[in-house]
Ligand binder design. Sequence first.
Ligand SMILES: Cc1cc2nc3c(=O)[nH]c(=O)nc-3n(C[C@H](O)[C@H](O)[C@H](O)COP(=O)(O)O)c2cc1C
Length: 372
Amino acid sequence: MSDTDTSVLFEPFTCKSMTLRNRIVMAPMTRSFAHGGLPAEPHVDYYRRRAEGGVGLILSEGTVIDRPGARNDPGVPFFHGAALDRWAKVIDAVHAASGAMGPQLWHAASAISKTAAWDRDTPVESPSGLHAPGEPHGEAMTEEDIADSVAGFARAAADAKRLGFETIEVHGAHGYLVDQFFWDGTNARTDRYGGATLRERARYAGEVIAAIRIAVGPDYPIILRVSQWKQQDLKARLAHTPAAMADWLVPLVEAGVDILHCSQRRFWEPEFPEIDGEGGLNFAGWAKTLTGAATMSVGSVGLSGDFISVFRNQVSAPTDLDALVRRMERGEFDLIAVGRALITDPAWANKVRAGDISAMLPFDAAALGAFV
Ligand SMILES: Cc1cc2nc3c(=O)[nH]c(=O)nc-3n(C[C@H](O)[C@H](O)[C@H](O)COP(=O)(O)O)c2cc1C
């Protein structure tokens, strides 16, 4: 048993029409088991088990919008067409287990999958035909392509609401389409979607959020996931100062984002240590301070190693939650997302609540081979 009082993690949270039973969120994690883009019975059971295991909000694996080039892996599910009836079964099962859920809406653009070898038969599109700075891959999107992708995000969000999902998350992080617009290394456009400042390069994301807001109405919560790091460059940074971060994120909150999901590899790392020191605010802490929006943090919760362990076949051991609890008690951020710990252990949240740290499981990359 642990001495840590984790009750702050189990306070309810309300944002607009969504009320969560606690602050623990399952992080979106691609699992690549959706043959033909369709989630099936194993998906229903997989997400149901996390709801039964006490997770407050489940974010689905990345699911792609209705654009031909949106996937970079043949096992990624669609969030359109025939897949929607399958997703209806998932959300019904999650509700039956008292859970709440939102699909992560994604367009992978020119990002190359590290895990899926695929002879793709769909076009590759991105803001400027680049995969990374100086690395061409695929075609630059026309204004028509851009408008169609914005409409695709909005339709997917409207479908999520219609099916009963409590929220949606737009994947604006990790070097995929939305983030490729943010990043000057992949956005060399000279039209209104490009520019020297983050505010200018955030125009595309702002249009996506505004279109979703119109599609879902004023009372439906919208989450946007953002990151400094990219899968193409783990050391990349979009905002080097709080002023630049405000220039990036404030317009997006004004466009309609309710919750900023601030992706870090390790939640305890200070975002601007030169300002508030080694114990300073993390990304979600600064985003909350600068925008006033609710924020969600993430990164190595309950585990000794970060998610790069997946690609190195390393095992991460369970750790205590003291540092997380201290930050949440200070109100640094509102929600905490948990990734790998929930892949190996669907009952992780209930074990935390019971203080049953000794029952926590290590994360082993081999666990990705099947749904547990
Ligand atoms: C197998 C795997 C798949 C992932 N897929 C996605 C994804 O589809 N969308 C996304 O935003 N992040 C994805 N991530 C990142 C996670 O959401 C999370 O930010 C990361 O694993 C750090 O959290 P953790 O240390 O608790 O695992 C993935 C991570 C893993 C391990």
